[in-house]
Write a protein that binds this ligand. Structure first.
Ligand code: FE2
Length: 447
Protein backbone atom coordinates (compact mmCIF):
# COMPACT_ATOMS: atom_id res chain seq x y z
CA UNK A 1 0.00 0.00 0.00
CA UNK A 2 2.65 2.48 0.92
CA UNK A 3 4.43 2.20 -2.39
CA UNK A 4 1.79 4.16 -4.22
CA UNK A 5 2.76 7.27 -2.33
CA UNK A 6 6.43 6.94 -3.16
CA UNK A 7 5.63 6.40 -6.81
CA UNK A 8 3.37 9.42 -6.70
CA UNK A 9 6.29 11.42 -5.33
CA UNK A 10 8.26 10.44 -8.42
CA UNK A 11 5.36 10.92 -10.84
CA UNK A 12 3.52 14.15 -10.01
CA UNK A 13 0.63 13.46 -12.38
CA UNK A 14 -0.09 10.31 -10.46
CA UNK A 15 -0.35 12.10 -7.15
CA UNK A 16 -2.88 14.51 -8.65
CA UNK A 17 -4.91 11.48 -9.65
CA UNK A 18 -4.73 10.06 -6.15
CA UNK A 19 -5.58 13.40 -4.62
CA UNK A 20 -8.95 13.46 -6.36
CA UNK A 21 -9.74 9.81 -5.90
CA UNK A 22 -11.16 8.91 -2.50
CA UNK A 23 -8.66 6.94 -0.51
CA UNK A 24 -9.35 3.23 -0.40
CA UNK A 25 -8.53 1.74 2.95
CA UNK A 26 -7.36 -1.81 2.90
CA UNK A 27 -7.77 -3.90 6.01
CA UNK A 28 -5.21 -6.62 6.42
CA UNK A 29 -5.87 -9.74 8.42
CA UNK A 30 -2.89 -11.54 9.79
CA UNK A 31 -2.32 -15.08 10.85
CA UNK A 32 -1.34 -15.92 14.39
CA UNK A 33 2.33 -16.10 15.22
CA UNK A 34 3.17 -17.86 18.44
CA UNK A 35 0.74 -16.78 21.17
CA UNK A 36 0.26 -13.23 19.90
CA UNK A 37 -2.42 -12.54 17.29
CA UNK A 38 -1.35 -9.90 14.81
CA UNK A 39 -3.72 -6.96 14.71
CA UNK A 40 -5.39 -5.54 11.65
CA UNK A 41 -4.66 -2.02 10.48
CA UNK A 42 -6.55 0.47 12.63
CA UNK A 43 -9.47 2.61 11.56
CA UNK A 44 -8.74 6.28 10.98
CA UNK A 45 -9.70 8.50 13.89
CA UNK A 46 -10.97 11.93 12.86
CA UNK A 47 -10.45 14.32 15.76
CA UNK A 48 -12.99 17.13 15.52
CA UNK A 49 -12.43 20.77 16.29
CA UNK A 50 -14.49 21.49 19.38
CA UNK A 51 -13.14 24.88 20.44
CA UNK A 52 -14.10 28.34 19.17
CA UNK A 53 -12.44 29.85 16.09
CA UNK A 54 -10.22 32.10 18.19
CA UNK A 55 -9.10 29.41 20.63
CA UNK A 56 -5.81 27.57 20.03
CA UNK A 57 -5.89 24.06 18.60
CA UNK A 58 -3.25 21.56 17.51
CA UNK A 59 -0.85 22.86 20.16
CA UNK A 60 2.58 21.28 20.12
CA UNK A 61 6.03 22.21 21.36
CA UNK A 62 9.56 21.55 20.12
CA UNK A 63 13.07 22.30 21.37
CA UNK A 64 14.42 25.46 19.74
CA UNK A 65 18.03 26.01 20.63
CA UNK A 66 19.61 26.10 24.03
CA UNK A 67 17.09 26.76 26.83
CA UNK A 68 14.25 27.62 24.44
CA UNK A 69 11.03 25.98 23.33
CA UNK A 70 8.92 26.72 20.25
CA UNK A 71 5.17 26.69 20.83
CA UNK A 72 3.11 26.05 17.70
CA UNK A 73 -0.66 26.16 17.34
CA UNK A 74 -3.43 26.92 14.85
CA UNK A 75 -6.43 29.25 15.04
CA UNK A 76 -9.21 29.44 12.51
CA UNK A 77 -9.55 33.14 13.35
CA UNK A 78 -6.75 34.91 11.46
CA UNK A 79 -7.04 37.93 13.81
CA UNK A 80 -5.70 35.89 16.75
CA UNK A 81 -2.37 37.10 18.11
CA UNK A 82 0.85 35.06 17.97
CA UNK A 83 1.67 35.46 21.64
CA UNK A 84 2.50 33.02 24.41
CA UNK A 85 2.16 33.85 28.09
CA UNK A 86 3.87 31.51 30.53
CA UNK A 87 5.03 31.03 34.11
CA UNK A 88 5.87 28.32 36.63
CA UNK A 89 2.53 28.43 38.46
CA UNK A 90 -0.92 27.73 36.99
CA UNK A 91 -2.66 30.90 35.83
CA UNK A 92 0.29 33.12 36.78
CA UNK A 93 2.04 34.21 33.62
CA UNK A 94 5.17 36.19 34.31
CA UNK A 95 6.40 36.41 30.72
CA UNK A 96 4.69 37.23 27.43
CA UNK A 97 6.43 36.71 24.09
CA UNK A 98 5.25 37.55 20.60
CA UNK A 99 6.22 35.31 17.68
CA UNK A 100 5.46 34.71 14.03
CA UNK A 101 2.67 33.17 12.00
CA UNK A 102 2.08 31.67 8.60
CA UNK A 103 -0.63 29.99 6.54
CA UNK A 104 -0.81 28.18 3.22
CA UNK A 105 -3.19 27.11 0.49
CA UNK A 106 -3.42 23.70 -1.16
CA UNK A 107 -5.95 23.52 -4.01
CA UNK A 108 -9.19 24.83 -2.46
CA UNK A 109 -7.95 24.32 1.11
CA UNK A 110 -6.71 27.30 3.12
CA UNK A 111 -5.03 26.54 6.41
CA UNK A 112 -5.82 28.28 9.64
CA UNK A 113 -3.36 30.79 11.07
CA UNK A 114 -0.32 28.76 12.12
CA UNK A 115 1.50 30.42 15.02
CA UNK A 116 5.14 29.81 16.00
CA UNK A 117 6.45 31.45 19.17
CA UNK A 118 9.89 30.76 20.59
CA UNK A 119 9.95 31.19 24.35
CA UNK A 120 12.77 31.26 26.87
CA UNK A 121 15.29 31.17 28.36
CA UNK A 122 13.76 28.33 30.36
CA UNK A 123 15.04 26.42 33.36
CA UNK A 124 15.79 22.71 32.90
CA UNK A 125 13.46 20.04 34.29
CA UNK A 126 10.85 22.63 35.18
CA UNK A 127 7.10 22.65 34.59
CA UNK A 128 5.77 25.73 32.80
CA UNK A 129 2.12 26.67 32.40
CA UNK A 130 1.19 28.55 29.24
CA UNK A 131 -1.58 30.07 27.18
CA UNK A 132 -1.57 30.72 23.44
CA UNK A 133 -2.96 33.94 21.93
CA UNK A 134 -4.18 35.14 25.35
CA UNK A 135 -6.86 32.49 25.15
CA UNK A 136 -7.80 29.49 27.23
CA UNK A 137 -7.24 26.60 27.63
CA UNK A 138 -4.08 26.56 29.69
CA UNK A 139 -1.44 23.98 28.80
CA UNK A 140 1.71 22.87 30.60
CA UNK A 141 5.02 21.27 29.66
CA UNK A 142 8.14 20.08 31.41
CA UNK A 143 11.55 21.02 30.04
CA UNK A 144 14.11 18.21 29.67
CA UNK A 145 16.81 17.83 32.33
CA UNK A 146 20.23 19.36 31.75
CA UNK A 147 21.96 16.22 33.01
CA UNK A 148 21.56 12.44 32.90
CA UNK A 149 19.38 10.47 33.17
CA UNK A 150 17.11 11.46 30.32
CA UNK A 151 14.49 9.38 28.51
CA UNK A 152 13.25 9.53 24.92
CA UNK A 153 10.07 8.04 23.48
CA UNK A 154 10.70 6.98 19.88
CA UNK A 155 7.74 6.43 17.56
CA UNK A 156 7.73 6.20 13.75
CA UNK A 157 4.99 6.19 11.11
CA UNK A 158 2.38 7.41 13.54
CA UNK A 159 -0.75 8.21 11.52
CA UNK A 160 -4.11 8.65 13.20
CA UNK A 161 -5.79 5.32 13.82
CA UNK A 162 -7.01 3.26 16.75
CA UNK A 163 -3.47 1.89 16.97
CA UNK A 164 -2.00 5.39 17.00
CA UNK A 165 -4.20 6.13 19.98
CA UNK A 166 -3.06 2.95 21.77
CA UNK A 167 0.58 3.74 21.09
CA UNK A 168 0.26 7.28 22.41
CA UNK A 169 -1.56 6.03 25.52
CA UNK A 170 1.27 3.58 26.14
CA UNK A 171 3.87 6.31 25.63
CA UNK A 172 2.06 8.51 28.14
CA UNK A 173 1.70 5.74 30.70
CA UNK A 174 5.29 6.28 31.86
CA UNK A 175 7.09 9.61 32.08
CA UNK A 176 9.72 10.64 29.57
CA UNK A 177 11.42 13.85 28.46
CA UNK A 178 11.51 14.17 24.65
CA UNK A 179 9.44 12.56 21.86
CA UNK A 180 11.35 11.56 18.70
CA UNK A 181 9.55 10.78 15.41
CA UNK A 182 11.54 9.52 12.38
CA UNK A 183 8.98 10.46 9.74
CA UNK A 184 5.45 9.90 8.41
CA UNK A 185 3.29 11.95 10.73
CA UNK A 186 -0.34 12.41 9.71
CA UNK A 187 -0.77 10.18 6.63
CA UNK A 188 -2.87 13.02 5.25
CA UNK A 189 -1.61 12.15 1.76
CA UNK A 190 -2.57 15.62 0.47
CA UNK A 191 -5.99 15.62 2.15
CA UNK A 192 -5.20 18.72 4.19
CA UNK A 193 -7.99 18.51 6.81
CA UNK A 194 -6.27 15.31 7.98
CA UNK A 195 -3.26 17.40 9.02
CA UNK A 196 -5.61 19.40 11.25
CA UNK A 197 -7.19 16.23 12.60
CA UNK A 198 -3.73 14.79 13.34
CA UNK A 199 -2.72 17.98 15.15
CA UNK A 200 -5.78 17.73 17.37
CA UNK A 201 -5.23 14.02 18.05
CA UNK A 202 -1.65 14.46 19.24
CA UNK A 203 -2.16 17.76 21.11
CA UNK A 204 -2.59 16.20 24.58
CA UNK A 205 0.80 14.51 24.15
CA UNK A 206 2.64 17.04 22.00
CA UNK A 207 1.70 20.08 24.11
CA UNK A 208 3.35 18.65 27.24
CA UNK A 209 6.64 17.22 25.91
CA UNK A 210 8.76 18.46 22.98
CA UNK A 211 8.17 16.63 19.71
CA UNK A 212 11.22 16.47 17.45
CA UNK A 213 10.33 15.11 14.01
CA UNK A 214 11.86 14.49 10.62
CA UNK A 215 10.01 13.89 7.39
CA UNK A 216 8.79 10.69 5.72
CA UNK A 217 7.47 9.98 2.24
CA UNK A 218 3.89 10.58 3.39
CA UNK A 219 4.85 14.12 4.37
CA UNK A 220 6.10 15.10 0.89
CA UNK A 221 2.80 15.94 -0.86
CA UNK A 222 4.52 17.14 -4.03
CA UNK A 223 2.02 18.54 -6.53
CA UNK A 224 2.89 20.64 -9.63
CA UNK A 225 2.06 24.36 -9.24
CA UNK A 226 0.35 23.81 -5.87
CA UNK A 227 3.45 22.49 -4.08
CA UNK A 228 6.23 21.83 -6.61
CA UNK A 229 8.91 21.41 -3.92
CA UNK A 230 6.69 19.36 -1.62
CA UNK A 231 6.45 19.59 2.18
CA UNK A 232 4.15 22.64 2.06
CA UNK A 233 2.02 21.50 4.98
CA UNK A 234 4.79 19.71 6.87
CA UNK A 235 7.09 22.73 6.82
CA UNK A 236 4.34 25.19 7.76
CA UNK A 237 3.07 23.11 10.67
CA UNK A 238 6.12 21.27 11.99
CA UNK A 239 8.80 23.93 12.14
CA UNK A 240 11.95 22.41 13.64
CA UNK A 241 15.13 24.20 14.91
CA UNK A 242 17.02 24.06 11.61
CA UNK A 243 18.18 27.68 11.72
CA UNK A 244 19.40 27.14 15.28
CA UNK A 245 21.60 24.27 14.01
CA UNK A 246 23.04 26.05 10.97
CA UNK A 247 20.88 24.17 8.46
CA UNK A 248 19.17 25.95 5.59
CA UNK A 249 16.28 23.48 5.44
CA UNK A 250 13.56 22.36 7.82
CA UNK A 251 14.11 18.88 6.35
CA UNK A 252 17.37 18.27 8.25
CA UNK A 253 18.73 19.72 11.47
CA UNK A 254 20.28 18.81 14.82
CA UNK A 255 19.89 19.67 18.47
CA UNK A 256 21.48 19.03 21.85
CA UNK A 257 19.90 17.70 25.02
CA UNK A 258 21.11 16.86 28.53
CA UNK A 259 23.24 19.99 28.67
CA UNK A 260 25.02 19.12 25.43
CA UNK A 261 25.87 15.56 26.49
CA UNK A 262 23.63 14.18 23.73
CA UNK A 263 23.63 15.38 20.11
CA UNK A 264 20.70 14.30 17.93
CA UNK A 265 20.75 14.64 14.15
CA UNK A 266 17.55 14.50 12.09
CA UNK A 267 18.28 13.67 8.45
CA UNK A 268 16.03 13.97 5.40
CA UNK A 269 15.47 10.87 3.28
CA UNK A 270 13.41 12.85 0.75
CA UNK A 271 15.71 15.73 -0.04
CA UNK A 272 19.13 15.74 -1.72
CA UNK A 273 21.79 13.74 0.16
CA UNK A 274 24.59 13.13 -2.36
CA UNK A 275 28.13 14.29 -1.61
CA UNK A 276 27.57 17.56 -3.50
CA UNK A 277 24.28 18.31 -1.73
CA UNK A 278 23.61 20.99 0.87
CA UNK A 279 22.46 18.32 3.33
CA UNK A 280 25.72 16.37 3.00
CA UNK A 281 27.79 19.50 3.47
CA UNK A 282 25.75 20.52 6.49
CA UNK A 283 26.07 17.01 8.00
CA UNK A 284 29.84 17.07 7.57
CA UNK A 285 30.05 20.40 9.36
CA UNK A 286 27.62 19.37 12.08
CA UNK A 287 29.54 16.16 12.84
CA UNK A 288 32.86 18.01 12.84
CA UNK A 289 31.67 20.24 15.68
CA UNK A 290 31.02 17.34 18.06
CA UNK A 291 33.53 16.83 20.85
CA UNK A 292 32.94 13.30 22.17
CA UNK A 293 34.65 14.16 25.46
CA UNK A 294 31.77 16.51 26.28
CA UNK A 295 29.14 14.87 24.07
CA UNK A 296 29.40 11.13 24.69
CA UNK A 297 26.19 10.24 22.82
CA UNK A 298 25.25 10.88 19.19
CA UNK A 299 21.96 9.63 17.71
CA UNK A 300 20.62 9.97 14.17
CA UNK A 301 17.04 9.69 12.93
CA UNK A 302 15.92 9.31 9.30
CA UNK A 303 12.95 7.74 7.56
CA UNK A 304 13.91 5.07 5.00
CA UNK A 305 16.09 2.47 6.79
CA UNK A 306 19.62 1.74 5.58
CA UNK A 307 19.46 -1.78 7.01
CA UNK A 308 16.25 -3.76 6.71
CA UNK A 309 15.45 -7.48 6.44
CA UNK A 310 11.72 -6.94 5.99
CA UNK A 311 10.54 -7.53 2.41
CA UNK A 312 8.78 -4.15 2.51
CA UNK A 313 10.73 -1.18 1.13
CA UNK A 314 13.82 -3.23 0.32
CA UNK A 315 16.64 -1.05 -0.97
CA UNK A 316 14.80 2.27 -0.62
CA UNK A 317 17.41 3.66 1.79
CA UNK A 318 20.37 2.25 -0.14
CA UNK A 319 21.33 5.37 -2.11
CA UNK A 320 21.38 7.43 1.05
CA UNK A 321 23.36 4.75 2.89
CA UNK A 322 25.99 4.73 0.17
CA UNK A 323 26.22 8.51 0.28
CA UNK A 324 26.29 9.12 4.03
CA UNK A 325 27.13 5.94 5.96
CA UNK A 326 30.84 6.65 6.04
CA UNK A 327 30.23 10.06 7.62
CA UNK A 328 28.16 8.57 10.44
CA UNK A 329 30.61 5.73 10.93
CA UNK A 330 33.60 8.05 11.03
CA UNK A 331 31.85 10.17 13.67
CA UNK A 332 31.10 7.02 15.73
CA UNK A 333 27.35 7.65 15.81
CA UNK A 334 25.85 5.41 18.49
CA UNK A 335 22.37 4.63 17.15
CA UNK A 336 20.52 5.25 13.86
CA UNK A 337 16.72 5.12 14.11
CA UNK A 338 14.55 4.77 11.00
CA UNK A 339 10.86 4.33 10.25
CA UNK A 340 9.08 3.59 6.96
CA UNK A 341 8.88 -0.20 7.41
CA UNK A 342 5.82 -0.86 9.55
CA UNK A 343 7.49 -3.24 11.95
CA UNK A 344 10.27 -3.32 14.54
CA UNK A 345 13.82 -4.49 13.90
CA UNK A 346 17.08 -4.07 15.79
CA UNK A 347 20.49 -4.74 14.26
CA UNK A 348 23.87 -5.23 15.85
CA UNK A 349 26.55 -2.59 15.28
CA UNK A 350 27.03 -2.41 11.51
CA UNK A 351 29.20 -0.72 8.91
CA UNK A 352 28.99 -1.39 5.19
CA UNK A 353 26.88 -4.54 5.59
CA UNK A 354 29.25 -6.14 8.10
CA UNK A 355 29.19 -6.40 11.87
CA UNK A 356 31.52 -3.72 13.17
CA UNK A 357 32.13 -2.86 16.82
CA UNK A 358 32.51 0.81 15.93
CA UNK A 359 29.40 1.12 13.77
CA UNK A 360 25.99 2.38 14.89
CA UNK A 361 23.23 0.12 16.16
CA UNK A 362 20.44 0.35 13.56
CA UNK A 363 16.82 0.30 14.70
CA UNK A 364 13.66 0.35 12.57
CA UNK A 365 10.70 1.64 14.54
CA UNK A 366 8.04 2.34 11.89
CA UNK A 367 5.25 0.68 13.85
CA UNK A 368 3.50 3.61 15.51
CA UNK A 369 0.02 2.76 14.22
CA UNK A 370 -0.55 4.10 10.71
CA UNK A 371 -3.51 3.08 8.56
CA UNK A 372 -1.61 0.85 6.17
CA UNK A 373 -1.12 -1.98 8.66
CA UNK A 374 1.98 -3.99 9.42
CA UNK A 375 4.80 -5.20 7.17
CA UNK A 376 4.48 -8.90 7.91
CA UNK A 377 7.00 -10.56 5.62
CA UNK A 378 10.70 -10.98 6.35
CA UNK A 379 13.56 -12.19 4.19
CA UNK A 380 14.77 -15.69 5.03
CA UNK A 381 17.11 -16.92 6.27
CA UNK A 382 17.49 -14.17 8.84
CA UNK A 383 20.62 -12.07 8.50
CA UNK A 384 23.12 -12.58 11.35
CA UNK A 385 23.20 -8.77 11.59
CA UNK A 386 19.52 -8.66 12.60
CA UNK A 387 19.21 -9.27 16.33
CA UNK A 388 15.44 -8.97 16.75
CA UNK A 389 12.58 -8.43 14.31
CA UNK A 390 8.84 -8.47 14.76
CA UNK A 391 5.88 -7.00 12.89
CA UNK A 392 3.74 -5.50 15.65
CA UNK A 393 2.61 -2.00 16.52
CA UNK A 394 4.49 -0.39 19.38
CA UNK A 395 6.99 2.23 20.48
CA UNK A 396 10.55 2.48 21.75
CA UNK A 397 12.13 4.08 24.78
CA UNK A 398 15.74 5.12 25.08
CA UNK A 399 16.84 5.89 28.60
CA UNK A 400 20.33 7.39 28.66
CA UNK A 401 21.48 6.67 32.17
CA UNK A 402 24.87 8.34 32.17
CA UNK A 403 27.89 9.14 29.99
CA UNK A 404 28.54 5.48 29.28
CA UNK A 405 25.31 3.49 29.34
CA UNK A 406 21.83 3.66 27.83
CA UNK A 407 18.92 1.23 27.93
CA UNK A 408 16.84 0.66 24.78
CA UNK A 409 13.50 -1.10 24.96
CA UNK A 410 10.77 -1.84 22.43
CA UNK A 411 7.21 -1.92 23.76
CA UNK A 412 4.74 -3.92 21.72
CA UNK A 413 1.07 -2.88 21.72
CA UNK A 414 -0.31 -6.12 23.11
CA UNK A 415 -4.03 -5.35 22.84
CA UNK A 416 -4.69 -2.83 25.64
CA UNK A 417 -1.34 -3.42 27.31
CA UNK A 418 2.18 -2.39 26.45
CA UNK A 419 4.69 -5.22 26.77
CA UNK A 420 8.47 -5.02 26.62
CA UNK A 421 9.38 -7.44 23.83
CA UNK A 422 12.99 -6.43 23.20
CA UNK A 423 15.56 -4.64 25.33
CA UNK A 424 19.28 -4.13 25.36
CA UNK A 425 21.92 -2.14 27.21
CA UNK A 426 24.15 -0.01 24.99
CA UNK A 427 27.55 1.44 25.71
CA UNK A 428 28.58 4.77 24.22
CA UNK A 429 31.19 4.41 21.47
CA UNK A 430 32.96 7.38 23.08
CA UNK A 431 34.07 5.01 25.83
CA UNK A 432 35.85 2.69 23.39
CA UNK A 433 39.51 3.52 23.05
CA UNK A 434 39.57 1.15 20.09
CA UNK A 435 36.85 2.98 18.22
CA UNK A 436 37.94 6.48 19.18
CA UNK A 437 41.57 5.94 18.42
CA UNK A 438 41.80 4.01 15.15
CA UNK A 439 40.96 4.60 11.54
CA UNK A 440 37.59 3.07 10.60
CA UNK A 441 38.79 0.52 8.04
CA UNK A 442 41.15 -1.35 10.38
CA UNK A 443 38.55 -2.53 12.85
CA UNK A 444 36.68 -5.35 11.18
CA UNK A 445 39.38 -7.91 11.94
CA UNK A 446 38.72 -7.57 15.65
CA UNK A 447 35.23 -9.06 15.44
FE1 FE2 B 1 7.15 5.84 5.03
Amino acid sequence: MEMWCLRAFLLPSTIVFFFFVPQILVQFTYASVEEFTRPTAGNIILTKHERSESEPQQVHISLAGSDHMRVTWVTEDHRSHSTVEYGTAPGQYTTRIRGKHTSYTFFSYTSGKIHHVKIGPLEPETTYYYRCGASDPEFSFKTPPSTFPIEFAVVGDLGQTDWTKSTLEHVESKDYDVFLLPGDLSYANSQQPLWDSFGRLVEPVASRRPWMVTEGNHDVEMVPVVSPQGFKSYNARWLMPYKESGSESNLYYSFDVAGGSIHIIMLGSYTEFDSDSAQYEWLQQDLAKIDRRTTPWVFVLLHAPWYNTNTAHQGEGEEMRKAMEELLYGARVDIVFAGHVHAYERFTRVYDNDADLCGPVYVTIGDGGNREGLAMSYKEPASPLSMFREASFGHGRLRVVNHTHAHWSWHRNNEANSVVADEVWLESLSTSSTCMGQEPSSLKDEL
